[in-house]
Design a protein around this ligand. Structure first.
Ligand SMILES: NC(=O)c1ccc[n+]([C@@H]2O[C@H](COP(=O)([O-])OP(=O)(O)OC[C@H]3O[C@@H](n4cnc5c(N)ncnc54)[C@H](O)[C@@H]3O)[C@@H](O)[C@H]2O)c1
Length: 303
């Protein structure tokens, strides 16, 4: 298939591109490089530096593609609180312009990168896809809910095939966001530099850490699905943040100090997915355990 990946110069996109190319798909990446990097791009990718908000350009690029994997987004929660207008313009307006350009180009299949953030403060654990999206905590989560709704609307109005993937906590080689606010890369970088690890809530929060290669795999089967589908993509295992740190210490064979940062407003205590639905529908499930995933991630940062 000929697939257009928006935001494909970012962390997750770079892994998805490689997987698609290895399976003989053709990949066009549209990315404005506001956060990603050309260094993340496989040499086989057809790269176009472009912003989603340039709808006429998208209408030139899209014809002839079979599907879009829509990953382009501003993603940093704290930044979204400081700059809600920028997040709405980039994420929501960017998405409606992409969908319109797709409609006009007759490209009617989209796989959308959503997030566990849409559940805000979840009312129960594990979280299923039917759970409430009413408890929004920040503009980033709200833009993701809106982006999902726009995709769903284009399914209803124009019969688009839509698969929404709600990622839980991805981690793995290549994760180098600027700024980096995610736990695992920051912990590993501190440990390798033998510096104290900044830690909130004494590491008692529970997260569902999903290894990047498992996550990338979840994008393949939806390419041949029709209709509307919404899936959580997680391991179904909750891990305390402090246990991740202890596992990293075990792998490297030494410990560093913990820099106790106390509590942080807006953090959710527990986020664990039920991924039954994607397993039942597509046979996808996470295969890489935390120890193996951490080892590969530590190797990456060591290199
Ligand atoms: N990394 C995570 O922990 C996580 C968790 C849940 C969901 N997601 C979602 O997965 C997707 C990819 O995340 P990532 O970690 O790879 O982020 P990333 O920042 O590494 O990649 C996003 C890419 O989108 C590009 N981009 C942003 N706005 C754009 C625009 N208007 N036009 C063109 N390109 C634009 C950026 O330059 C960047 O390369 C995002 O949609 C994100 O919301 C990520």
């Amino acid at each position: 298939m000929k697939i257009l990946v928006t935001g494909g110069a970012g962390f997750i996109g770079s892994h998805v591109n490689k997987l698609l190319l290895d399976q003989n798909h053709q990949v066009t990446v549209v990315d404005n490089l506001s956060h990603g990097s050309k260094d993340n791009l496989d040499s086989r990718v057809n790269f176009i530096q472009e912003d989603l908000n340039d709808q006429p350009k998208l209408e030139e690029i899209l014809p002839g593609h079979d599907a879009v994997i829509h990953m382009a987004s501003l993603i940093e929660v704290g930044e979204s609180v400081k700059n809600p207008v920028g997040f709405v313009e980039n994420n929501i307006l960017g998405t409606i312009k992409l969908l319109e350009a797709m409609r006009k180009s007759n490209v009617k299949k989209i796989i959308f990168s959503s997030s566990a953030c849409v559940y805000g403060t979840p009312l129960k654990t594990p979280i299923t896809e039917a759970d409430s999206l009413q408890q929004q905590e920040n503009p980033y989560g709200l833009t993701k809910v809106s982006m999902e709704q726009l995709c769903i609307l284009y399914h209803k109005l124009y019969n688009f095939d839509v698969t929404i993937l709600r990622y839980f906590n991805p981690y793995g080689p290549g994760e180098q966001h600027i700024p980096e606010t995610h736990a695992i890369p920051n912990f590993i970088k501190s440990v390798l530099a033998k510096k104290p690890i900044p830690l909130f809530w004494k590491g008692e929060q529970v997260r569902d850490f999903i290894y990047i290669k498992d996550l990338a795999n979840a994008h393949i089967l939806p390419l041949t699905q029709s209709g509307l589908h919404i899936y959580n993509v997680g391991t179904e295992n909750g891990t305390k943040v402090i246990d991740v740190i202890n596992k990293i210490f075990e792998i490297v064979g030494y410990k560093v100090e913990i820099d106790d940062k106390g509590e942080r407003k807006g953090d959710v205590q527990t986020l664990v997915a039920s991924s039954r639905k994607i397993k039942n529908d597509l046979g996808w499930e996470a295969k890489v355990g935390l120890e193996e995933g951490l080892k590969e991630t530590i190797d990456f940062f060591n290199r």
